[in-house]
Design a protein around this ligand. Structure first.
Ligand code: 5GP
Length: 299
């Protein structure tokens, strides 16, 4: 067999120019979907009508990832559910796959906005500050008040910041099934989310925000898959280190332990539907509230 001829340089240059243009066009489509200028279902439809379009050349995975509030973990799940392989491009889908993808995207467009939103993130990233800001500036959002077995700090009000309960009362709440989730945080006290106020707020059409730790976020995902999980990130790793160690009140061993915990916690970010960087509290709070308003909700 004769070796495959090498294409002349001019052809290669033209092909590479075309590849760059196609990549740019796909990036622009992703931007439009992410900013809600275009619906993902419309992008897919164009790809099916015109097999040479940049829409047809997009991977389904890329298209789904550009939908606001669809994170990598959920995209993996959706692809499995739709029986579409990871590498498939929009134009390469079979008729049944097209139908399933289209129905899924349309269902999400028509879906309600997230009713239950979980804000989690590594220690010292500023979850508490962001959720307090939301409590003070966004009265339309209900903040869940957790129960805890730890003692109140100065200025903390029972029923506002936490329900401060005894160990026996916490045991009772678990046994009565009153907690949506609960966890031992920082190896010391128990914290849990009372379920009845959440059910009541959702029934009234209100949106509820839970500021809880990672273990709690995972339990909420399992109990209520329709919840939107947001991960709060520090601007940089260095900044998180500064916030963790800056207080200077812990010895070196304790600081090392906290840094190790933060590293493990940061590794969980891809389990989340959306990420918000906490550069500035009011901006991060606004982004969280905007995500709560995103119209794309369906498991
Ligand atoms: P703090 O004692 O400083 O108020 O809170 C300590 C940690 O407990 C924070 O990381 C906070 O996110 C977490 N936390 C507060 N309430 C709950 C809850 O109801 N469930 C879980 N799992 N964690 C919580």
């Amino acid at each position: 067999m004769s070796p495959r001829p090498t294409p002349p340089d001019v052809d290669r240059a033209a092909a590479s120019r075309a590849a760059i243009a196609a990549r740019r066009a796909r990036a622009e489509i992703k931007r439009q979907v992410a900013s809600r200028e275009r619906a993902a279902a419309d992008v897919a439809t164009v790809g099916w009508v015109d097999a040479d379009s940049p829409e047809a050349g997009m991977r389904v995975r890329e298209l789904l990832l550009s939908v606001p509030s669809l994170g990598p973990t959920r995209v993996e799940r959706v692809l499995t559910q739709l029986e579409i392989s990871d590498k498939k491009r929009v134009g390469g889908l079979g008729p049944r796959q097209r139908e399933r993808l289209y129905d899924y995207l349309v269902a999400r467009q028509g879906g309600d906005s997230a009713r239950l939103v979980v804000l989690a993130g590594p220690t010292a990233v500023g979850k508490g500050t962001v959720s307090s800001y939301i409590r003070d500036h966004h009265p339309e959002v209900s903040l869940s008040v957790s129960a805890t077995t730890r003692k109140p700090r100065p200025g903390e009000v029972d029923g506002v910041h936490y329900y401060f309960v005894s160990d026996a009362e916490f045991d009772r709440m678990i046994a009565a099934g009153e907690l949506l989730e609960w966890a031992v945080v920082h190896n010391s006290h128990r914290y849990g989310t009372p379920r009845p106020p959440i059910d009541a707020a959702i029934a009234e059409g209100r949106r509820v925000l839970l500021e809880i730790d990672l273990q709690g976020a995972r339990q909420v995902r399992a109990a209520m898959p329709e919840a939107l999980l947001i991960f709060l990130l520090p601007p940089t790793w260095e900044e998180l280190v500064r916030r963790l160690t800056g207080r200077g009140t812990e010895d070196t061993e304790e600081q090392q332990r906290r840094l190790e915990t933060a590293r493990i916690e940061l590794a969980a970010q891809d389990e989340f539907d959306a990420k918000v960087v906490n550069r500035e509290v009011s901006q991060a709070a606004r982004e969280v509230v905007e995500l709560m308003d995103a119209p794309f909700r369906a498991p």
